[in-house]
Design a protein around this ligand. Structure first.
Ligand SMILES: Nc1ncnc2c1ncn2[C@@H]1O[C@H](COP(=O)(O)OP(=O)(O)OP(=O)(O)O)[C@@H](O)[C@H]1O
Ligand SMILES: [Mg+2]
Length: 455
């Protein structure tokens, strides 16, 4: 939840605002003077700062000016007494996002604070995205030598050079976002802005506002006109992630923008010309959504000029090995971990990764963090890996491969040893020369239960 700082030298007013905001779920701190407020505001700890204008000591305007000098980027709302609109205007010029006139109603104050806090969070999100974007994004960032990945990289190079939208599809964690960045980085627009927006992360009205911007006064709280992300990306690329979640009204508006190359800010009549290239990604079956009527077919065809489909990791053969080494190199820095034990690598290679590359990356990160010696061993890996190997082992049961024979022999040996030791894990483990935890895990893998132990 957002953090708010209230600055007012009138104790009664201060406390009543504090109560209102706390009641609405915000974390609130307050200051009885501009000086105190400045001290508290250090380090950007607040999303919104709500300050009175006229105070004994330094004024609200001074506070605002000092905060700007120190590059504190909290959203600033000023409170003014009746008839002092001039100072409010001055404050807005200095970058305050809104003002309220005293006396005010509870709902009005909460609405303004909420709107400022939401925008603040959005700005942070965009900031974060842009930072991520600056740090990466090129064809070289795409790991993979499998036939499937070679085709993807080839398509990226060709689609990057050509005009027209690109629809990137694939299961979660297959690298769609990475491909979008590579498309931009390899395109003639590489040195122009790249703006990414996740359509699923915002409510419908916020999404429209983010994409298209608004005119001044277009809705309550729209104190100043603002350009949308599409305008900001002029000359560059807009990446719309999870496009399948876009509400239908906005789909129509986006289609018009794609067809005409023009965008209209909310509350404005004339359109503005923009030159942007659109990329879109989805892990949903858009074709299916078109059939069911949830997604406009005309927009679908407009987006689907180039199509890049990312195959699931389990269809990329030897790439799993490459990823295991790549992520290990990145995660092991500062640890004693040097590699995988044979058993761990075998389990990692055999797994089918429903969460694809992202899941593999997380598994490696976690294993490096929990491993107590230089080699990662099976005990450092999550249980899912062994559950799936049980399924594999069952599938092997009919075949005559060495792997299957090994699985069968392992199982038989454990069952026999447990039986001989009357189900006593410690004794059986000693005889099998494995630790007790390893034996537990092996029993789990082979689905050896207490009943089997007894026979
Ligand atoms: N080919 C690849 N080379 C290197 N890293 C990759 C590759 N593919 C995916 N990754 C990494 O895997 C993680 C997930 O990738 P990304 O976020 O692009 O997936 P996504 O397809 O957008 O998933 P979602 O549909 O869940 O949003 C990221 O950390 C990304 O860097
Ligand atoms: Mg993604």
């Amino acid at each position: 939840m957002s953090r708010i700082l209230v600055i007012d030298d009138d104790q009664g007013v201060r406390e009543s605002i504090e109560r209102m905001l706390r009641g609405a779920g915000y974390t609130v701190q307050s200051a009885g003077s501009g000086e105190e407020g400045l001290t508290l505001a250090r380090g950007n700890a607040f999303d919104v700062i709500l300050s009175d204008m006229r105070m004994s000591g330094i004024s609200g305007i001074d506070v605002l000016q000092k905060l700007r000098e120190r590059r504190v980027d909290s959203a600033f709302i000023v409170m003014t007494g009746f008839g002092t609109v001039d100072t409010a205007v001055e404050a807005m010029k200095l970058g305050a996002v809104d003002f309220v006139q005293k006396p005010f109603f509870r709902d009005e104050l909460l609405m303004r604070v909420r709107s400022a806090a939401d925008r603040r969070q959005l700005a942070r999100q965009v900031d974060l995205l842009q930072r991520q974007i600056r740090t990466g994004g090129s064809l070289d960032a795409l790991i993979g030598e499998s036939e499937a990945m070679r085709r993807v990289k080839d398509l990226v190079v060709r689609a990057a050079a050509a005009p027209g939208t690109v629809l990137i599809t694939g299961e979660t964690g297959t690298g769609k976002e990475l491909v979008a960045r590579a498309l931009h980085a390899e395109s003639p627009r590489a040195d122009k802005p790249y703006v990414a927006l996740n359509c699923a992360a915002l409510t419908d009205s916020l999404l429209e506002n983010e994409l298209f911007g608004h005119a001044r006064g277009a809705f309550t709280g729209a104190a100043a006109a603002r350009a949308g992300l599409i305008e900001h990306a002029h000359g560059g690329t807009v990446f719309l992630d999870e496009i399948g979640t876009m509400p239908s009204g906005l789909q129509a508006k986006l289609l018009r923008a794609l067809e005409s190359g023009e965008v209209r800010r909310i509350g404005e009549n004339e359109a503005r010309h923009v030159d942007v290239r659109f990329l879109a990604a989805t892990n949903a079956d858009l074709q299916q959504a078109v059939t069911s009527g949830a997604f406009r077919s005309d927009l679908f065809y407009r987006l689907n000029v180039h199509r890049i489909h990312l195959p699931p990791l389990r269809e990329r053969g030897g790439d799993v090995d490459l990823f295991l080494d790549y992520f290990l190199q990145r995660c092991r820095v500062g640890t004693d971990v040097t590699g995988y034990s044979d058993a761990a690598r075998a389990a990692l290679v055999a797994y089918d990764y429903p969460g694809n590359v992202r899941q593999l990356e997380h598994i490696v990160q976690r294993a490096v963090a929990v491993s107590r010696d230089p080699l990662i061993d099976p005990a450092d890996l999550p249980e899912e890996l062994f559950a799936s190997r049980t399924a594999d082992a069952q599938a092997y049961a009919a075949d005559g491969s060495v792997a299957a024979a090994r699985e069968r022999a392992e199982r038989e040996m454990i069952v026999a040893t447990l039986a001989k030791n009357r189900g006593e894990i410690a004794a059986a483990a000693r005889e099998l020369q494995v630790s007790r935890t390893t034996l537990w895990r092996l029993m789990k893998k082979h689905r050896i239960t207490a009943d089997v132990r007894a026979d």
